[in-house]
Design a protein around this ligand. Structure first.
Ligand code: FAD
Ligand code: DHB
Length: 386
């Protein structure tokens, strides 16, 4: 069997790439280890940058996102008994975020690909890859798929990056805490996301709809979801959020609990021969800045354009620049995500001096228009360079 671009992974990166290439008439096959139902129900990111929204809209997959997603023009930073609004509408006029679940983006992309006749294969186990220098191929289930390029969109634990590990430089940082993610059938208690820094640790109040809320709690890194009872979760969320006068956190049935590790990671370069890495396969950020999904979309935009140029004109200028183009944005997001993480979390090893510095930094972010603007322009997403 033969195709032009073989894509490993049906997460946001692989699915959007398949859609953008198929729209340009390029032949693709997507192979995914998990089932379609699993991919479409995995609760993860929720915040889409302006550029991500614009990209999905331009690709023709933004209809439900525009109808069901919620546009937010600010977030709240809560600390020291007060809430401080970071007002995107004043600081970065015309740019906003859209709250729309990653699994909804995935559903929309699966539907669009299937409608366009893209060869999407779920539950494909034991994918092997080779010939990366000149004649790449994929093997699975006794089949061999020859191709011109392989797009490694298989996330942080995939096989693509591993296959070229000796050729990559890796930069990484792990954090001494994790996030417990909670989904609950209860109306949000605040109109916008609340990033709450407290003595007890960080907590985030986000949402999915008028009737579903999403929360995160900073927890020790070895935490398992079963360690937390419903009562303990609500007690801790209340303790970390009910710190400003008049705020009460509404509670309701919890429908899902998961744990996410906190890690910063970049593998360079994002290309080896005919293998191109995109999204979490190449880089990870701690979720505090809400950048992971957005970076995956940004990579794929660049890659779809570069492969489009290759097949249309035979020129490889954009493809040769792929890694360097993406890494600029990746490192900006790395810095922003590290910065938000350090600003808002409790670090157990921190001494009194470190804690005073952190508080001063938070106060300056809330008070200084320049500092708040820096947060806002990174959070809503910097303009694409292309
Ligand atoms: P993935 O979504 O990981 O997709 C990779 C796919 O490849 C998966 O479907 C996997 O099953 C498949 N795969 C893996 N190995 C193989 C194999 N060997 N063969 C075949 N298929 C394989 N980002 C944001 O932008 N905003 C947020 O608000 C945000 N919040 C987050 C909250 C949490 C709790 C978590 C965990 C993440 C969050 N992120 C957020 C990050 C975001 O979810 C990821 O960055 C995003 O999923 C990356 O997409 P991807 O397509 O690169 O990788
Ligand atoms: C969500 C996740 C994040 O990591 C974040 O910074 C904001 C919102 C969410 O899942 O809603």
């Amino acid at each position: 069997m033969k195709t032009s671009v073989a894509i490993i992974g049906a997460g946001p990166a692989g699915l959007l790439l398949a859609h953008l290439l198929a729209s340009q008439g390029i032949d693709v096959v997507v192979v995914e280890r998990r089932s379609r139902a699993h991919c479409e129900s995995r609760v993860r990111a929720g915040v889409l940058e302006q550029g991500t929204v614009d990209t999905l809209t331009a690709a023709g997959v933004g209809e439900r996102m525009r109808a069901e997603g919620h546009v937010h023009h600010g977030i709240e930073l809560r600390f020291g008994g007060e809430g401080h609004r970071i007002a995107f509408d004043e600081l970065v006029p015309g740019r906003a975020i859209t709250v729309y679940g990653q699994q909804e983006v995935v559903k929309d992309l699966v539907a669009a690909n299937l409608a366009a006749g893209v060869d999407l294969r779920f539950e494909v186990e034991d994918v092997a890859i080779g010939g990366l220098d000149t004649d790449p191929w994929l093997a699975f289930g006794g089949e061999r798929l020859d191709c011109d390029f392989i797009a490694g969109c298989d996330g942080f634990h995939g096989i693509s990056r591993e296959a070229v590990a000796p050729h990559l430089a890796v930069f990484e940082k792990t954090y001494p805490f994790a996030w417990l993610g909670i989904l609950a059938d209860v109306a949000p208690s605040a109109p916008e996301l609340v990033y709450a820094a407290s003595e007890r640790g960080f907590s985030l109040h986000s949402m999915r709809s008028d009737t579903v809320s999403r929360f995160y709690l900073q927890v020790p890194p070895e935490t398992a979801p079963e360690d937390w009872s419903e009562d303990a979760i609500w007690a801790e969320l209340k303790a970390r959020h009910e710190t400003v006068p008049g705020f009460t956190l509404a509670t309701g049935p919890i429908t899902a609990v998961d744990v996410a590790a906190m890690r910063s990671f970049v593998a360079e370069p994002m290309r080896f021969g005919r293998l191109l890495l995109a999204g979490d396969a190449a880089h990870i950020v701690p979720p505090t800045g809400a950048k992971g999904l957005n970076l995956a979309v940004a990579d794929v935009r660049v890659l779809a354009r570069a492969l489009g140029e290759h097949y249309r004109t035979g020129a490889d200028g954009l493809l040769d620049a792929y890694s360097a183009t993406c890494l600029k944005r990746v490192w900006r997001a790395q810095h922003f995500s590290w910065w938000m993480t350090t600003l808002l979390h409790r670090f157990d090893g921190a001494d009194a001096y470190d804690r005073r510095l952190q508080r001063s930094h938070l106060e300056f972010t809330a008070r200084s228009k320049a500092q708040a603007t820096a947060l806002a322009e990174n959070y809503v997403g910097l303009p694409y360079e292309d």
